[in-house]
Design a protein around this ligand. Structure first.
Ligand SMILES: [Zn+2]
Length: 379
């Protein structure tokens, strides 16, 4: 056996051992050196002085500020939930107007859309002097940037109620008041991004430099099916350690954070954390469990399952999805020995959310091939 085939043999063995519910934990070096990823997208530039038309019941000035707040968030690669929190905060603090303050004479000499008188707070976020000079705090890009900086320092902000995250930054005397703006903020964030709804923004890939813009459309096969992710099959369907490995494991270098797509049109039937503690961290293989997962029911009593997501999935139960809808991101939650997608296909599944199981699982490889969307990285 020459040197090359020895290396190959080791690689194949290692790949086969990467699996959900297995007992062998292997480091990620099994995939070889991770390729340095080129920056695949350009960050958006900040909007100029030109105002944008009003949207969502807000005037032009307010919508222009909203667009600025979102643009600053995108440029700083803040996950979209951050835009919503920032917008709701500015809605509460200033109704999205750049406010001067009657107690701060300098502020009255700068461009403003109203005059408040709360202590020495100015600007969209009603920031006090500790946040910067008067001029800085009344510059929307600066004010928004400082807000995001503080937000990103709040541990677990993405999983908090909106008002709790906003309050952790603002320390307001009225900590509950941000919450009522959540719907308006979601709607306005979508509008200024030119998207029909907040669901199209999703959570943003944790590792994607440009959030949703990285995700793009995918080609749908002639059968109306798409690959859930484009990655190698590292472990197949079949018996494993005395039980059925009821799906295939898909992975590759740097797969963590990659978007997972609905394989075809359907309705989300299950969104759940299947693990004994939390799914918001890497799991291990000491127990079985799907981690953060989604089940989708497709026409014809077919159910597809997607396991081990990195964070709470981007869809909710009852949501209609189409082929290619981003439903979550690849992770390592639950009974998993490394970042991968465990993908299952179930057929002839009786109605109801708990009927996809080993008895109706089929090998996803021939199933997807027959539908014009073969699994694997080379297709
Ligand atoms: Zn698996």
């Amino acid at each position: 056996m020459n040197r090359r085939s020895v290396a190959l043999g080791v690689a194949v063995l290692a790949v086969v051992m990467l699996m959900c519910g297995g007992t062998v934990v292997l480091p990620l070096v099994m995939f070889g050196q991770a390729q340095a990823e080129a920056a695949a997208c350009e960050l958006p530039s900040l909007p100029g002085a030109s105002p944008v038309p009003g949207a969502g019941g807000w005037g032009s000035a307010e919508t222009t500020h909203a667009a600025t707040i979102v643009a600053v968030g995108r440029q700083r690669q803040v996950p979209p939930r951050g835009y919503v929190i920032a917008l709701a905060t500015a809605m509460q603090e200033s109704t999205l107007r750049n406010l001067a303050n009657a107690n701060v004479p300098e502020s009255l000499t700068l461009p403003h859309e109203g005059v408040g008188r709360d202590h020495d707070s100015v600007g969209l976020f009603q920031q006090r002097p500790g946040w910067g000079s008067v001029r800085e705090r009344m510059t929307p890009t600066y004010a928004a940037g400082k807000f995001y900086e503080a937000l990103l320092r709040v541990d677990g902000w993405q999983r908090m109620r909106l008002t709790d995250a906003a309050q952790a930054v603002q320390r307001s005397g009225y900590p509950e008041e941000y919450q009522k703006w959540e719907d308006d903020a979601e709607q306005l964030a979508a509008l200024v991004l030119g998207l029909p709804s907040i669901d199209d923004i999703g959570g943003g890939a944790p590792t994607a430099p440009c959030g949703i813009d990285d995700l793009g459309p995918v080609p749908v096969g002639p059968g109306g099916w798409v690959q859930p992710i484009r990655a190698s099959i590292v472990s197949g369907f079949g018996p494993r350690g005395g039980r059925l490995h009821a799906g295939v494991d898909l992975s590759q270098a740097d797969v963590r954070g990659d978007a997972i797509r609905a394989a075809s049109t359907g309705v989300v039937e299950q969104v759940k954390c299947d693990w004994y503690t939390t799914c918001d961290r890497d799991g291990n293989t000491s127990q079985r469990g799907c981690g953060w997962y989604v089940d989708i029911r497709h026409p014809g009593n077919i159910v597809t399952r997607y396991c081990h997501m990195i964070q709470r999935p981007e869809v909710s139960i009852g949501q209609q999805v189409t082929a290619g809808t981003v439903i979550g991101f690849v992770g390592n939650s639950g009974g998993s020995s490394g970042p991968h997608l465990h993908f299952e296909v179930h057929v002839n599944v009786p109605k109801g959310p708990h009927h996809a199981n080993g008895s109706n699982a089929v090998d996803p490889v021939p199933f997807m091939r027959a539908r014009g969307a073969p699994l694997g990285a080379g297709t």
